[in-house]
Design a protein around this ligand. Structure first.
Ligand code: NAP
Length: 375
């Protein structure tokens, strides 16, 4: 485990390492990424940060709070409902119209869903979404074992949580590669399910025909890892980091329980979650640790390992981490919440031998083409 003390020392050194970094935060209007953004504002020197959000009032509040923390920072909203890929494109176009390079792309959008239908309805009722994101597919039966009565997708024809956890993030990466390739080094951080990779149904990567929470977690975790490994190997100036944040009690859990009957929901929100907080990673710690993942030279790009371009100089006793291929400093890192590398090396080697990174990226492009040709 990277000690929290070392994490804090590294974060404190960020201010003297870089100045005027340009960053994009996605899914940072609450929870893990919001706390990471807060830590970034606290420790960075004159950062210029774009924050994507779907709710104007939330965005304004987040920006006002960040400005209080770092009056020399520039914090700019990009208002977009990024569940749909065309809206991801619009957000990226807005950024591209203002910036020529990007130092950091950090993403954590998503929510938890047990049933393909229930929580999506709650989610719709509790967001400022336009009608176009409402479920469009006719319901049909899936396996009883999944306990999921209906199949409901967003207007892109993609299951909403799968899209937010993989396709949306991949679209941000694909669109912003030219900007991310411009500085000497840059970093992509996807906070999701490193170490949770597994066997996928390769004939149904989007899980269009079957869905369970478990298969969605495995598919999105594996696709995040394979896509990031592919990007790091083809863009050696970009460090790619996929993190499992541990269990962190966030709004995602409250939304998860939103459809439950009242006594159960009350018990979960007012008894289970506060109790769970005692044993899980706290939001402030999570924010500090993810800032470390996003800025430390412990996770350098493949072609630049020397500080300061590779990140904040290593703390005493710290060494450069091993990449997902088992080689030190190879550019794509799978991290547990505590900054240590994680993952089933045998499984990842097998995927690498089969060229699955390229296959996943090709599949992703096909999904983009199919969805956006109809948009
Ligand atoms: N918390 C955990 O224990 C845990 C564990 C493993 C992985 N994760 C990862 O973290 C993600 C959730 O983050 P969190 O736990 O920090 O939860 P959170 O506090 O609910 O934050 C989720 C972020 O995603 C945004 N978001 C949710 N649905 C969206 C939509 N349809 N369109 C655009 N933005 C949307 C939210 O925006 P609004 O503010 O507008 O709602 C918010 O900024 C999961 O999807 C997963 O990838 C979390």
């Amino acid at each position: 485990m990277v000690s929290l003390k070392a994490v804090q020392a590294s974060n404190a050194a960020l201010r003297s390492t870089t100045s005027g970094q340009v960053s994009l935060f996605v899914g940072a209007t609450s929870g893990i990424a919001f706390h990471t953004l807060t830590e970034y504002a606290r420790n960075a020197n004159r950062p210029k940060v774009y924050i994507v959000g779907r709710n104007e009032a939330t965005l304004s509040k987040v920006i006002a709070d960040l400005k209080k923390i770092n009056p020399e920072g520039t914090f700019l909203p990009i208002k977009s409902e990024i569940s749909l890929l065309k809206n991801v494109d619009a957000a990226c176009d807005e950024l591209k119209s203002k910036e020529k390079s990007l130092d950091l792309l950090l993403m954590c959008p998503g929510y938890l869903k047990l049933s393909r239908q229930g929580s999506l309805h709650h989610h719709l009722a509790n967001s400022t979404l336009s009608a176009e994101i409402r479920p469009t597919k006719a319901s049909y039966r899936v396996s009883i074992a999944d306990s999921i009565p209906h199949h409901t997708d967003n207007a892109d024809g993609l299951e909403d949580t799968i899209s937010l956890r993989y396709y949306v993030r991949a679209r941000f990466i694909a669109n912003l590669l030219p900007l991310l390739s411009s500085p000497q080094t840059s970093r992509i951080v996807s906070i999701h399910g490193a170490g949770k990779e597994g066997k996928m149904d390769e004939n149904d990567l989007e899980l269009a025909r079957s869905f369970s929470m478990q298969s969605a977690a495995v598919h999105t975790s594996t696709m995040n890892t394979l896509a990031l490994a592919e990007i790091a190997s083809t863009h050696p100036s970009i460090s790619c980091v996929h993190v499992f944040p541990g269990v962190v009690v966030t709004k995602a859990f409250t939304v998860f329980a939103a459809d439950w009957v009242l006594p159960l929901r009350w018990f979960f929100v007012h008894a289970v979650l506060p109790f769970a907080k005692l044993f899980t990673v706290s939001l402030p710690e999570s924010g500090q640790r993810h800032l470390f993942h996003a800025t430390s030279a412990r996770y350098p790009p493949a072609e630049v390992k020397d500080s300061p371009a590779a990140g904040v100089v290593l703390q005493k006793g710290m060494v450069v981490a091993k990449g997902e291929d088992g080689l030190q400093g190879s550019g794509c890192y799978l991290l547990n919440y505590d900054g240590e590398t994680i993952g089933d090396q045998k499984l990842l080697d097998e995927y690498r031998k089969r060229g699955m990174g390229k296959k996943i990226w090709a599949h992703t492009q096909e999904v983009f083409d199919r969805v956006l040709s109809k948009a």
